[in-house]
Design a protein around this ligand. Structure first.
Ligand SMILES: NC(=O)c1ccc[n+]([C@@H]2O[C@H](COP(=O)([O-])OP(=O)(O)OC[C@H]3O[C@@H](n4cnc5c(N)ncnc54)[C@H](OP(=O)(O)O)[C@@H]3O)[C@@H](O)[C@H]2O)c1
Length: 294
């Protein structure tokens, strides 16, 4: 049996004390920023690890890993460019082993649902001997606002190769809350949280929710993966990165993730944020304003 289909994996280390110094990889990104903000009130030192962050960390340059980890008790791990990319497991495994060797025992990995390479990365994390937690995420609701679909949404036309596939969009705030609970508390060691929002929506449904919340007329236009690849090329995305992105989307946008879980409740003791609530809050914060006020 694939041990990662289980909610608990074997080989978990005994819990440690609450960490004092935490490295947040991708700490200026969608989830990392939220994790770092929450941690700031809870631990003595939060290191923003990224290529341009306060603590230099680059997945493409292993020499940056050890200095970034030095003295840290815990780390939030987001892999770039994508946890579904073929290089993810090798890099996450090597990073996790280095972390454990240097005394950074508690590691929380942001993973993705329905992806074999992501599953391998989870396994590599578990095999490292770390006190680990996996947050295996659905599509972020925030992709439509601050994320990579934001410009399309603001243009009024969301052309995307998702057909009528249903997705349980999850709020990055829920992910961050779980990650912080796992980084600062003992109860989440050895857990895989397969997190979803509370409802399945098509991308057309999501566009309708955003239209309602923001008072705009957003149109969702399903396109083919080849059309999407051509758009990425036109917008200057390098060929290899574009091919990898299209591969990941082709894999996870086939309906395999159209399944709800109660893992947000299991982790936090409260239900997951609904997409309509996300959309209302993002609209109020100006996510889809086009007059420069967002
Ligand atoms: N979006 C989704 O719906 C979704 C769903 C499930 C899983 N995921 C996974 O979530 C992860 C992305 O997390 P996120 O969305 O929170 O972050 P994000 O917003 O995509 O990431 C941006 C952050 O990563 C840093 N970064 C970029 N390249 C880097 C590199 N080579 N080395 C170190 N840091 C780098 C950026 O800072 P600098 O520019 O300063 O380096 C920034 O802090 C990916 O592994 C993705 O597969 C995403």
């Amino acid at each position: 049996m694939d041990c990662l289909t289980d909610r608990r994996l074997t080989g978990v280390m005994s819990p440690t004390q609450t960490p004092e110094r935490t490295l947040v990889i991708g700490g200026t990104g969608t989830t990392g920023r939220r994790v770092a903000e929450r941690l700031a009130a809870l631990v003595a030192e939060v290191r923003i690890g990224s290529r341009g962050g306060g603590t230099r960390f680059d997945w493409a340059d292993e020499t940056t890993w050890r200095p970034a980890l030095r003295g840290a008790d815990a780390a939030y791990v987001t892999y770039h460019p994508d946890i579904g990319s073929p290089a993810a497991a090798g890099a996450v495994g090597a990073f996790a082993r280095l972390a454990v060797e240097g005394g950074t025992r508690r590691l929380v990995l942001l993973s993705g649902r329905g992806s074999a390479p992501a599953r391998e990365a989870e396994r590599a994390l578990a095999d490292s001997g770390a006190e680990w937690t996996v947050v295996r995420s659905s599509w972020f609701a925030q992709n439509f606002g601050e994320g990579f679909l934001g410009d399309a949404v603001r243009s009024g036309v969301l052309a995307f190769p998702a057909g009528a596939v249903e997705e349980p969009f999850i709020s990055a705030d829920d992910i961050a809350e779980i990650a912080v609970a796992a980084l600062t508390g003992d109860r989440h060691a050895g857990q895989v949280y397969d997190v979803t929002g509370p409802r399945l929506l098509t991308f057309g449904d999501a566009a309708a929710e955003i239209s309602r919340a923001a008072g705009i007329a957003l149109q969702y236009v399903p396109i083919s993966f080849d059309e999407f690849a051509a758009e990425l090329a036109t917008s200057g995305v390098p060929e290899v990165a574009a091919a990898e992105t299209v591969d990941v989307f082709r894999t996870v946008l086939d309906g395999r993730n159209a399944v709800l879980t109660d893992d947000v409740t299991r982790a936090l003791g409260r239900p997951a944020t609904d997409f309509a609530d996300y959309a209302r809050a993002a609209a109020t914060a100006g996510a889809w304003q086009t007059d420069g006020r967002r």
